[in-house]
Design a protein around this ligand. Structure first.
Ligand code: CTP
Length: 400
């Protein structure tokens, strides 16, 4: 149920806009407070009067009221809402959202919203299947936008296929499920490690790896969204620290080890997503090392295995690790699971297209200590984070 939830319903110019009336009525009946923002074209498809009556508030379309110049603040709207739901979302609006175009009140509201965003696409099947639309939806998913997938059936064009907006009841159910999950980890303290470590050789050079940090940041955001208190210990990445998460930036494996070990003392769970260097130079030169024409041998020493160290002291706390493998994948992952005393390990294979470093998608298999195994399809890292946090919740519930 949606009692007391503040929801902005964004309506765009699609034939499915007629369903927005039923959607608004359903949300209001479930106890939500609803404000409707329409794009100028949406007004051609459904009367603002209908939506104003059902939502019990005036409809917002323009940046300001042409009669009295009153300003409709998209920033205030974005701050007010617990969720922004764009239904129906046309291919045009999705494209603008994906690229940051801000030429109407709904789009500026989207760009300034800090709350979770849902879209319910509605379009013809060819538009929906077009690579551009697929690309835009994938980009939006990677930014954390939740997509209420369209259904299959007869479309306004007379064709039949996927593209028909989900039914209002389904959309309301997706929102309810989201809010129910929202507090499911309230007060749970979780450490997440993310990104690469950097091991200096001299003031110019270093040893590192290709980790972008995207998977760890998506996990931190998902845990936060469910109410957890998250400490993110991260190597250097190009990403913005997620809002509402305590972020500590570190450089080397040794620093990450010290910071993560201290943070784990205050946590009930740890998710080890960082790509930690296994070796670091024995000596770091304080001057740039000059070439002398011959071969160069660099002496390395092993670093601490952070996951294994936490595994050794974890007691009944939950420990989750990752294994990125190129060969003998299951075997290697299962051996790490045992060796590091993890509760489950997330295996991703560099051999799978779309999985691994830098990309916005991932394909994982979760291997539990109790022998169970769950394989998932290729998904955005935000969606993969949801699957992993679902597993954390399942483990936690089993212990309770
Ligand atoms: N890990 C860690 N500290 C390290 C090395 C790894 O915390 N020094 C964690 C990673 O964050 C990951 C898991 O251990 O959750 C497995 O990392 P991976 O690099 O795949 O395993 P390694 O033990 O380093 O084994 P190898 O490099 O031989 O595959």
């Amino acid at each position: 149920m949606l009692g007391g939830k503040k929801i902005i319903v964004g309506v765009t110019g699609s034939i499915a806009a007629y369903k927005a009336a039923i959607l608004v009525r359903t949300l209001v009946r479930q106890g939500a407070e609803v404000r409707v923002v329409m794009t100028p074209l949406a007004k051609e498809f459904i009367s603002p009067l209908t939506l104003a009556t059902l939502s019990r508030h005036p409809i917002l379309v323009d940046f300001f009221d042409p009669e009295d110049g009153r300003w409709n603040s998209h920033v205030a709207l974005g701050e007010w809402a617990d969720a922004l739901l764009i239904a129906p979302a046309t291919a045009n609006t999705l494209a603008k959202m994906a690229t940051g175009v801000a030429d109407n009140l709904l789009l500026t509201t989207y760009l300034s919203a800090r709350c979770p965003v849902f879209v319910a696409p509605a379009m013809d099947l060819d538009m929906y299947g077009h690579p551009t639309t697929r690309y835009n939806l994938d980009s939006l998913k990677s930014y954390g936008v939740r997509v209420v997938e369209p259904g299959e059936g007869e479309l306004a064009s007379g064709l039949s296929g996927k593209g028909r907006m989900a039914e209002p009841e389904e959309i309301a159910a997706a929102l309810s499920a989201f809010f129910a999950r929202r507090r499911s980890l309230a007060g749970y303290k979780v450490l997440v490690t993310a990104g690469p470590t950097i091991e200096p050789i001299d003031p110019v050079r270093y040893i590192s790896n290709h980790s972008s940090g995207k998977m760890g940041y998506a996990l931190a955001a998902e845990l936060r969204d469910r109410g957890a208190e998250v400490i993110l210990v991260t190597g250097r990445t190009a990403l913005c620290p997620p809002d509402g998460v305590t972020t500590v930036e570190v450089t080397t494996a040794d620093e990450m080890f010290r910071t993560a070990s201290a943070a784990f003392e205050r946590c009930e769970a740890a998710v080890m997503c960082a790509a930690v260097a296994d070796y670091t130079p024995v000596e770091v030169s304080d001057r740039k090392i000059k070439k002398d024409g011959g071969a160069w041998t660099l002496e390395l020493r092993p670093t601490q295995d952070i996951a294994a160290a936490l595994g050794a002291v974890k007691g009944d706390r939950l420990l989750v690790g990752f294994a990125l493998e190129t060969d003998r994948e299951r075997e290697n992952a299962l051996s790490k699971l045992q060796r590091k005393n993890m509760d489950f390990i997330v295996l991703n294979s560099l051999g799978d297209e779309g999985a691994g470093f830098g990309v916005d998608t991932n394909k994982i298999t979760i291997l539990r200590r109790n022998g169970t195994e769950r394989a998932f399809g290729l998904k955005s890292k935000a969606e993969v984070a949801r699957d992993i946090v679902d597993e954390i919740e399942a483990c936690r519930a089993e212990r309770a």
